[in-house]
Design a protein around this ligand. Sequence first.
Ligand SMILES: Cc1cc2nc3c(=O)[nH]c(=O)nc-3n(C[C@H](O)[C@H](O)[C@H](O)COP(=O)(O)OP(=O)(O)OC[C@H]3O[C@@H](n4cnc5c(N)ncnc54)[C@H](O)[C@@H]3O)c2cc1C
Length: 403
Amino acid sequence: MSLQSQNYDIIIIGAGPGGSTAAYLLARNNFKVLLVDKEFFPRYKLCGGLLSLKTLQLIKKIYNESPEDLIKNKIIDYYTPFYEITYKNKRVISKNKGTLNLFLVDRTIYDNYLLSKAKNLGVEVLEGIKIEKIDIDNCKIELHHGKVIESRLLIGADGANSIVRREFIRKKIIRNKDWQFNLGTGLECFVNRRDLKKDQYEKLILTLGFANYGYNWLFPNKDKIILGVGALNRKNKGKFVRALKNFISSLNINTEKISPIIAHPVPYGNFSIKCVYKNKTILIGDAAGIVDPLWGEGIYYAQKTAEFAVLTIIKHFEDESVPLTHYETLLRKSIYSEFKSTLKKRWLLYNKLNVLLKYYPVQIFLLIYRKILSFLIHRSGSLRELLKKQHLLVSISPNDYAS
Ligand SMILES: Cc1cc2nc3c(=O)[nH]c(=O)nc-3n(C[C@H](O)[C@H](O)[C@H](O)COP(=O)(O)OP(=O)(O)OC[C@H]3O[C@@H](n4cnc5c(N)ncnc54)[C@H](O)[C@@H]3O)c2cc1C
């Protein structure tokens, strides 16, 4: 491994969607960027790979590529307008016809696509290098053989197990207790389509009832179906694998055909830590705890927070008197306010409705549940409505970061 330079404006740790998007936007604005990741790309990342409409709009805005381009270039693996929301195996909402598609990507391909966009703009990338020591006050990172590199600014885009955020915790900028409080876990496995009947499981399924404060999913892909569960840790101690296996059994899928189950943390409401920068270090994406606290959507927020961080950095480097607090202002205005109301919906959906179900005869409950749930989802939005509403989030004009 040899470095082309010693003078970087910005070092980014982590080349997931957040890190690669930040690197791309910074390079487009002529910053000298070093992007470091512990893996060699293309690399595997545990994820359902569901891309919301607002993510596709963001991709169009940043990379000028439409869903059609992504399909043509095989970045999008599968799409379908059909979905079902169920309570255990009882159908609550089913959409069997429609024009608005739900798009699914394989993260090995998607993350490599975003990284190659950054590389094409001249971002220097160190792959296979795990950062274990950082100095967030002086923007320094230490590589495994002891070599120290510094920059004018550091971005922590290293995911839910972020070493940069751990440094924030070590320095008591973030309280570990606060971080743990809303932490969730996602578990996934898959079944190859060759082990299923032809045309089986072509729609996306979201299921409530097997996990507390969370849900199960079946995401169809071209060659496989992904089965998962994501929920809040403190409400599901030791119950995650059972919640996934019960879901799989409810679908009548042969458990002998499933791949090994893999788990990964999900910051499922951790945005409330609200300490996402210190001196010259900024946290983005999962590292900052910015994931939707109801659906667990994180790809969009990784890329959106990357955009916000870059807008802030551009302003800060143009005029040092603009502080990095600008980043927090952008987050507060569009993401935190949305998440606060999402937390209330989560409480209603996972707490109140589930309590109702415990105390009345099941048939009546299911009826009420179906009606209320259907009302709530339609009001706060069915998937379609939710995605539509979130158009509002795309509020910054491309000129804001065009060089
Ligand atoms: C089971 C599961 C299913 C999910 N499904 C969806 C979904 O369908 N749709 C959706 O929108 N979101 C989903 N998410 C959430 C989504 O995966 C994350 O929110 C998203 O990946 C965050 O992107 P990021 O760039 O912040 O971090 P990541 O994608 O986690 O990238 C972090 C990068 O940092 C690197 N790294 C970590 N530590 C170091 C280190 N010390 N040194 C160097 N490099 C390091 C890693 O190798 C990685 O490449 C899911 C999450 C889980 C767990």
